[in-house]
Design a protein around this ligand. Structure first.
Ligand code: HAM
Length: 416
């Protein structure tokens, strides 16, 4: 038997209903924040993700799904949403004559060759959004507000925004020098990957999973201590805005995020202080790096699958419908004919309806009524039908009423 590939999931039944509900909540919230929906291709030219996300990130070094297509083109499956959205932004030259920010959101499958575990998949979904055009810290605050409130609207109240700033180019360079000077004498105490990272991008050492708990990394200089005045003022202003909006945040001085494109704000959303349910930040240089013009931008992506897990772990009750409106039972062929067209009538008039497709005994059909948790059922009966009548029964109260078959829709409209 062929089984699903490692690190993928099938989404079915109740799980699919929960996801539909989550989508509805997120779509409605994005509408309130006036973000437009976007969908980019699942695969893009490899250089987009390699250059965009950064050659020094673990994501590009170890996790992208890269292959050649039949036309010998280098293709990469989308590992994250930001680079593709920036490609779209540039391709449509949206950086010209901007009078208002461009705000888009997505809900898309992503692909990373990671070691699968709970909350970490090879095919996973991100709900994310990007805001182009503003460098005002109020735009960082708007993005953090949308991310934070998305979790709260879903019923996850105990979320916290972990916040840090990497500063502008000058601050990051000063910090990089300080980090290099600090790490140089400690290199032998770090893993082989980190020795390589030291050569390519020393900042990436700070998100090494192997050395995470080592004293070398714990005592490393922190970006926040190297912010120039402008960057520090910007960071303080952002915190003021978050305070004004009553957003629960903590400054996490060690937070740097694993992708190369960030400057100034970086943030992650955590619940009960465990793994990141999502992350984002500002990336003022990416649009230009990918061929556009100077264009500030900021965004966020929610780990959708992790959020679904968190809903279950935190026992959030989700209003999903696990019943049907009506079940039609029958015995004879003519009763079955009625079930056939009546089921369609009911469905087209907005009622969820089931009937028997297995030619089961009446006793077994009654079991289906309960399995489907039907609110009403009708045992179609030739004698009643000859008089254009049916007997409809409330499955909870067991109250039965005889009505004209032509009044069925009206009856359900009134009673449901
Ligand atoms: P990221 O931190 O790589 O950022 O991913 C965002 C979120 O996606 C993570 O916090 C996590 O919840 C989820 N995630 C990542 N990898 C996996 C996986 N293998 N399985 C399940 N969930 C996963 C980005 O992707 C940036 N593009 C976010 C961003 C948008 N920054 C600016 N704009």
């Amino acid at each position: 038997m062929i089984t699903k590939p490692k690190g993928t999931i099938d989404i079915y039944g109740k799980e699919a209903k929960i996801r539909s509900y989550v989508n509805d909540v997120l779509d409605a919230l994005c509408e309130k924040y006036n973000f437009d929906r976007i969908e980019t291709p699942v695969f893009e030219d490899s250089s987009l993700f390699h250059r965009g996300v950064g050659e020094s990130s673990d994501l590009v070094r170890k996790e992208t799904y890269d292959f050649k297509d039949r036309g010998d083109r280098d293709i990469t499956l989308r590992p994250e949403g930001t680079a593709g959205v920036v490609r779209w932004f540039n391709e449509n030259k949206l950086y010209g004559n901007m009078t208002d920010p461009v705000k888009v959101y997505y809900n898309m499958k992503m692909y990373r060759y990671e070691r699968p575990q709970s909350g970490r998949l090879r095919e996973f979904t991100q709900w994310g959004f990007e805001l182009f055009g503003s460098n005002d810290p109020m735009s960082d605050a708007e993005v953090i507000s949308l991310a934070y409130n998305a979790y709260r609207m879903l019923g996850l109240d105990n979320v916290c925004v972990m916040l840090n700033s990497l500063g502008d180019k000058e601050s990051r360079e000063t910090y990089r020098n300080a980090l290099v000077n600090y790490l140089k004498p400690h290199l032998n105490g770090l893993c082989e990957d980190c020795k390589e990272r030291f050569e390519i991008n020393p900042l990436r050492i700070l998100d090494c999973k192997v050395d995470a708990d080592s004293d070398i990394l714990k005592n490393a200089p922190k970006p926040i201590d190297y912010l120039n005045e402008e960057s520090l003022n910007r960071f303080n202003k952002l915190k003021d805005y978050l305070d004004l909006m009553d957003i629960n945040y903590e400054v996490d001085e060690s937070l740097v995020r694993g992708l190369d494109y960030y400057d100034h704000t970086v943030f992650e959303i955590k619940i009960n202080n465990s793994y990141a349910l999502g992350g984002g930040g500002r990336y003022n240089n990416l649009v230009k790096e990918l061929g556009g013009e100077d264009m500030p931008a900021v965004g966020f992506a929610m780990g959708y699958d992790r959020t679904i897990l968190a809903l279950a772990e935190n026992e959030v009750s989700i209003p999903i419908n696990e019943s049907i409106d009506i079940y039609l039972l029958y015995v004879s062929e003519s009763e079955k004919d009625t079930a056939c067209y009546l089921a369609q009538d009911l469905r087209l008039n907005g009622f969820s309806c089931e009937t028997d497709l297995f030619n089961k005994s009446l006793k077994s059909q009654f079991k289906s009524v309960d399995r489907y948790n039907a609110k009403y059922f009708i045992v179609l009966n030739d004698e009643d039908l000859a008089k254009d009548q049916i007997k409809i029964k409330d499955n909870k109260t067991k109250e039965e009423e005889t009505i004209s078959i032509n009044d069925l829709i009206d009856y359900l409209d009134i009673h449901m």
